[in-house]
Design a protein around this ligand. Structure first.
Ligand code: GLU
Length: 301
């Protein structure tokens, strides 16, 4: 759709907090400094956890902060047909199979010593048609549907990251569409298809997503979507070292704005990037240097 673009892609499951804003701001700085477009995508692929009200509040917050976006906002909840097309394409190449395992089955499955905890050991990969039919009926009787998994043909995949360099993980047969009662598309599929569709060639996001990135890049390679430039940035954490969350108190933009004007919030964000005494996005755009970004998680207060 668009050539040379970065993006911010929040999940609308609550108000944006300081950590979300910081990541969004860094993504904006990277895109704007490199002359890219900057697109906003609402990652509401998880229908259980997303609300449209939350999406609208997040968009308002980003505009309040002064971030600017190009083009239309893309909602993942509108993208089912595109995800289905990607699935069909993978299926046509024999790369999709049904999986009847529950989460517990996956946790308890025996696996070779080198497997990463939580990775899928391939339990349903080689079942014959009769066994599949039996397992499908078993699930249907419980009102559940099988998940769909990727039949991966590599053991590992390597990506390049601006701050982490060469980064490799094991590639398992990860989920493309979730099973159970609801059959939402998996985030790993949605993000790859959407980044491809939107012409995203620079992905700046929280470091918590780094471990999923080789899977996404591998899936992209199967779908003919080139890997973007990856920039995974440190998270903001609480005193206990956990990812900042609402329960940490007064962390959302809305809460902060009850106490202070928006330029103070921008000041705090700028300071957290190493620029005290900067209170406008305009100025921050002039002084921001990606090489100076602190590499450690930022401890909130
Ligand atoms: N929606 C994800 C989040 O809010 C971000 C995904 C991404 O940037 O690729 O954590």
């Amino acid at each position: 759709m668009t050539a040379h673009a970065g993006r911010y892609a929040p999940s609308p499951s609550g108000d944006l907090h300081f950590g979300n804003l910081r990541t969004g701001l860094i993504a904006w700085l990277f895109a704007r400094q490199s002359g890219r477009k900057f697109l906003l995508r609402v990652e509401d692929v998880d229908s259980q956890r997303s609300t449209i009200d939350s999406a609208h509040r997040q968009i308002d917050d980003l505009l309040t902060l002064g971030l600017t976006f190009d083009g239309d906002i893309l909602y993942q909840s509108d993208r089912s047909a595109a995800y289905q097309r990607a699935l069909d394409r993978l299926r046509a190449h024999g790369r999709v199979y049904e999986c009847y395992c529950s989460r517990k089955d996956v946790q308890n499955a025996p696996r070779a010593a080198h497997h990463v905890p939580g990775s899928y050991p391939g339990t349903c990969r080689e079942l014959d048609d009769a066994e599949r039919e039996r397992r499908r009926e078993e699930l249907a009787a419980q009102g559940r549907k099988p998940a769909l998994r990727l039949r991966a043909d590599v053991d590992t995949f390597t990506i390049q990251d601006r701050y982490h360099g060469e980064y490799t993980t094991e590639i398992d047969d990860f989920v493309l569409r979730r099973g159970g009662q609801d059959t939402d598309w998996a985030y790993n599929l949605a993000v790859v298809v959407d980044d491809g569709f939107q012409g995203i060639d620079q992905v700046v996001r929280g470091e918590d997503l780094l471990p999923s990135t080789p899977r996404q890049a591998y899936l992209g390679s199967l779908l003919g979507i080139p890997a973007p430039e990856y920039v995974h940035v440190p998270l903001v954490v609480n005193q206990a070292g956990q990812r900042l969350a609402k329960r940490d108190g007064a962390v959302t933009l809305r809460e902060m704005l009850l106490e202070e004007p928006v330029h103070h919030v921008i000041g705090k964000l700028a300071e957290s990037l190493g620029y005290p005494d900067v209170f406008t996005l305009h100025k921050l755009l002039q002084v921001f240097n990606p090489d100076d970004l602190p590499r450690e998680p930022l401890v909130w207060r």
